[in-house]
Design a protein around this ligand. Structure first.
Ligand code: ATP
Length: 211
């Protein structure tokens, strides 16, 4: 369960952002739409424990994210939040499977069987030992999703996951995010300016930028 209430945020050089209250149960989805510069990534980073707001609360299954600090926050994030970034954040010097094992390691998990499960579910088993730099963009984005999901997060956050993909890959990626979120009974939040995603998620809000 993800609750975000009375969040206030501003960068030094900009007016305060309007950040809507959000309340989502496991299995529910939200699409946050907005033009470039409207603060979508900022909101996602706040929901993901990466950017501390000036005020307000982000609650994940009852835990107030920003009441945690340092290592405790990092561990909580690794266990409960999976983030898919616009450009796949995977380490190009490592193979696909090494990237996934690393994510596992950082979350303090030792259930390596899940790595193979996710590779199979995302259709990239045959790329298991491939170097990341040899993957197509669609494949790299699927590895990035597998990495975000491998610890069975309660909240999945995706920042422009389809921005650099063609129509077919964009649809595959959205459907994979949705099916995996349902399976984990996780909250799924996608931020994007990509109008194609609207066809897949009916619960949506539009953000308008700084006040
Ligand atoms: N670290 C920062 N310091 C100062 N201003 C920032 C910082 N990060 C983002 N901004 C500004 O805040 C505004 C919102 O940025 P943000 O990246 O959240 O928007 P966005 O909607 O995700 O944009 P895009 O769709 O182009 O990725 C922009 O005007 C941006 O220039």
């Amino acid at each position: 369960m993800l609750i975000c209430k009375s969040i206030r945020f501003k960068y030094d050089n900009l007016p305060e952002f309007i950040i809507p209250d959000i309340s989502l149960k496991g299995g529910e989805e939200l699409l946050i739409l907005g033009r470039s510069g409207s603060g979508k990534t900022t909101i996602l980073n706040i929901l993901g424990g990466l950017l501390k707001p000036l005020g307000g609360e982000v609650l994940i299954n009852g835990t107030s994210l920003y009441a945690l600090t340092g290592n405790v926050l990092d561990k909580f994030r690794g266990k409960n939040i999976g983030i898919v970034f616009q450009k796949p954040h995977i380490i190009s010097a490592l193979s696909v499977v090494e990237n996934l094992r690393l994510a596992h390691f950082f979350a303090g998990s030792d259930n390596l069987k899940l790595v193979d499960t996710y590779l199979a579910e995302l259709g990239i088993t045959d790329k298991k030992n491939a170097s990341v730099h040899t993957l197509s963009e669609g494949e790299a984005q699927r590895v990035s999703i597998a990495r975000a999901l491998v610890n069975g997060p309660k909240v999945i956050l995706a920042d422009e996951p389809t921005a650099s993909l063609d129509d077919e890959n964009a649809q595959t990626v959205i459907q994979l995010l949705q099916s995996q979120a349902k399976k984990l009974n996780a909250v799924l939040v996608i931020v994007t300016h990509d109008q194609r995603v609207k066809a897949h998620i009916s619960n949506r809000i539009t953000v308008g930028g700084p006040l």
